[in-house]
Design a protein around this ligand. Structure first.
Ligand SMILES: [Zn+2]
Length: 419
């Protein structure tokens, strides 16, 4: 048994237990004790690690990103979503080679690990991707992920061809039988996929018994396009196709009215909230408080670095909190407990992984980050740890990271990615 002592632990469990000067004990990948010091636990320890007052919290869960786009950081600022996608992102992605993509994914893994993210939900353009190479890199990194090829409608291939290609990738990923590397069916959006492709995507997800991942209700412009094309807003249109009755992650959910939120609460859909990407592309502010009050699972996400421009989940959580306070006109809304849970256990719920990860509890996987506040002037006074974790911490403050009990970052250096 491995025991971490002299640690201040933010569990992010149901009752939001926080242990000051507590201990965390692991048996291989699993947490076997979390709480105050306990002599019985020390007696069983093979190894005791003294963290001298450091802060420990669960690894962060990034619910929507595009790691292969890391090479496009800074490609275009100051554009709205549709111009940004059509004139800059999609043409650049068309030029990707397998080498560029693998390099970009490794850089993303490094950036995520360095900033305390241990699980991510990825959507990538399958053009120029060798899934075996990506899998090798992710497996070596120890990170947990869904890594899903995006489906688009285009003049270049038929719906059947797109589905066949996707099915082949799903088959390859399922063949790995790796619980840390899974796949969803990821049609890009209701506007960039034909009705036929959206229907075929849902059928594929049902057949393969895997979730869906799709951009939905991101902008007013999208609502206008779908209303014009199908006579319905995006949620009603996808509902008609059956998307709300299948496990799904809807990225964004900015343009939602009250009736749509009520319908989502009664569906199998969860929302990946991308506050900075939504601000940068002037898409809007998602109604996160209303969604959470209605019972829709909401997690935090960065989207790609091309619209962010980093993978810093602490910055994302802080921005989410500030925006919800401003949007509601009530500073008591979206308190620090909510912010920390949304970054961790709520994100795990969005991905259907809440039984394994997202909080530090007995029986769960030991995925956590460590921040040593000593010597960091912006993290003083240390007793206000919870506030600092939301409002003062920087991604570069993360010292160590563990996944399944194994150390993957030491003193800010990633041990598991070979750049
Ligand atoms: Zn996205």
């Amino acid at each position: 048994m491995k025991v971490f002592q002299h640690v201040n632990i933010v569990t992010c469990d149901q009752d939001f237990h926080v242990y000051v000067d507590g201990i965390l004990a692991l048996e291989n990948s699993q947490i076997v004790y979390v709480g105050q010091e306990n002599q019985e636990i020390f007696k069983q320890a093979d190894q005791i690690i003294d963290y001298q007052g450091a802060w420990i919290m669960p690894g962060l869960v990034n619910c929507h990103t595009h790691s292969a786009m890391t090479g496009l950081r800074g490609i275009r600022d100051d554009s709205n979503l549709h111009e940004w996608l059509e004139d800059y992102i999609w043409p650049a992605e068309a030029e990707f080679t397998p080498e560029m993509t693998t390099k970009a994914v490794k850089e993303a893994l490094t950036e995520m690990l360095q900033s305390g993210t241990t699980t991510f939900n990825d959507m990538y353009n399958p053009n120029g991707v060798e899934i075996e190479k990506i899998y090798e890199a992710v497996k070596a990194s120890k990170m947990r992920c869904y890594f899903s090829p995006t489906l688009f409608s285009s003049d270049m291939e038929t719906t059947d061809e797109t589905i066949a290609k996707t099915r082949a990738v799903i088959g390859t990923i399922k063949g790995y039988q790796d619980p840390n590397f899974k796949v969803m069916v990821a049609p890009h959006s209701p506007y960039s996929c034909s009705r036929e492709l959206l229907e075929a995507s849902l059928n594929l997800a049902k057949k393969e018994d895997i979730p869906l991942h799709i951009h939905v209700a991101e902008t007013k412009e999208e609502s206008g396009i779908i209303l014009k094309r199908y006579g319905k807003r995006p949620i009603a249109f996808l509902d008609e196709l059956g998307y709300l009755d299948h496990q799904a992650v809807f990225a964004h959910g900015v343009e939602l009215n009250e009736a749509e939120i009520t319908r989502l609460a009664d569906s199998q859909v969860a929302i990946a909230h991308n506050p900075i990407s939504n601000l940068k592309l002037a898409s809007g502010i998602a109604p996160v408080i209303q969604l959470q009050k209605a019972g829709v699972p909401v997690g935090i996400a960065t989207d790609s670095v091309a619209s962010n421009n980093n993978l810093d989940m602490f910055e994302e959580g802080r921005t989410a909190a500030l925006l919800q306070k401003m949007k509601s006109g009530d500073a008591s809304q979206f308190p620090i407990e909510t912010a920390l849970k949304t970054l961790t256990i709520e994100g795990a719920k969005v991905l259907g992984m809440e039984d394994e990860i997202g909080s530090l509890e007995v029986g769960k996987q030991a995925d956590f980050l460590v921040i040593q506040p000593q010597g960091k002037i912006h993290l003083q006074p240390q007793e206000n740890m919870l506030s600092h974790l939301v409002y003062a911490v920087k991604s570069s403050d993360v010292d160590d990271v563990y996944i399944a009990g194994e150390q993957v970052v030491r003193a800010g250096k990633v041990l598991t990615v070979d750049l």
